[in-house]
Write a protein that binds this ligand. Structure first.
Ligand SMILES: NC(=O)c1ccc[n+]([C@@H]2O[C@H](COP(=O)([O-])OP(=O)(O)OC[C@H]3O[C@@H](n4cnc5c(N)ncnc54)[C@H](O)[C@@H]3O)[C@@H](O)[C@H]2O)c1
Length: 257
């Protein structure tokens, strides 16, 4: 079965493109920092730089919100915070459940950033009877057997999965059957969900792999640049890339395809 995300259109119901939705939290983070410093207005250039986004893209994104700023003054920080929060649905309370309270789940539960952004951890749930009743982040861990009851009683629509990969699909199925329609998955597995259920996946090792790819490419470019300044007469003689050694010693900067 395909995931719900795969079949979702690229725009949300109110016509805001998914790519814009994905940038709204970046603007909000930058705006919240400005608000905390009591900065009243901000230019699109300043805000774009703080959010790490191109300023033309920012103006286009804000046009979807109907926010155009005032020429020569910029955007009203407080109003934009409100507007983006409302667009992201953050002006209402979102109770979440976390399933799998091991190393990662406990660390997430202890992270204060969810509550400050409108996400209330309604319950911490685990399958290990030895965990049940133990306080984590000031809340007693509850047993997975009570999952459906907890979701129903708390009106939960967002679930976080931090179980081992082998248990994640089964936990996901139970969450969905109980009424959860958005899942944040930390387990290294692809979840199958019905249409109407959104899954976001977080995998730090994939992020590291992407960085490794860029590091490798940078090292290749540096080696290429170094080779370009070598006089033609010595071209072809081994000019190893710095810091890139194979098990047998020097490794060519660019491996044959
Ligand atoms: N996304 C990331 O960047 C990232 C980073 C670290 C770990 N992980 C993943 O997160 C998951 C948890 O890692 P961890 O180090 O916390 O593992 P852990 O073993 O410390 O914790 C897993 C917890 O899940 C519970 N559990 C197992 N089956 C369950 C079920 N059916 N229902 C409810 N709870 C259940 C266990 O009792 C345990 O408390 C793993 O899948 C790991 O690969 C992801």
């Amino acid at each position: 079965m395909a995931t719900g995300r795969t079949h979702r259109p690229a725009t949300r119901s109110r016509g805001i493109p998914e790519a814009t939705v994905a940038r709204l939290p970046l603007y909000l983070r930058a705006l919240t920092a400005l608000s905390e410093r009591s900065v009243p207005t901000v230019s699109s250039e300043e805000l774009a730089a703080a959010a790490g986004v191109n300023s033309a893209k920012l103006r286009k994104d804000f046009s979807y919100l109907g926010s155009y700023g005032t020429r020569g003054v910029g955007y009203d920080v407080e109003y934009l915070v409100y507007q983006i929060s409302r667009e992201l649905g953050l002006t209402q309370d979102w109770p979440i459940v976390m399933v799998g309270i091991g190393n990662l789940g406990a660390a997430l539960a202890n992270y204060g950033g969810f509550a400050s952004r409108g996400f209330r951890v309604a319950a911490l749930i685990d399958a290990d009877p030895a965990m049940v009743g133990k306080p984590v982040a000031g809340m007693p861990v509850q047993h997975i057997d009570d999952l459906e009851k907890i979701i129903d009683e708390n009106g939960v629509s967002i679930g976080v999965i931090a179980t081992p990969a082998g248990a994640a699909q089964q936990v996901c199925d139970r969450l969905v059957t109980a009424g959860v329609t958005s899942i944040l998955n930390f387990a290294p597995t692809v979840l199958s969900v019905p249409d109407g259920v959104d899954v976001r996946k977080v995998d730090l090792s994939i992020e590291l792999q992407i960085l490794a790819f860029h590091e490798q490419r940078k090292a290749g470019e540096e080696a290429g640049a170094a080779e370009a300044v070598v006089p033609p007469v010595v071209r072809g003689a081994t000019a190893p890339a710095e810091g890139r050694k194979g098990p047998d010693g020097d490794m060519p900067a660019v491996m044959p395809a």
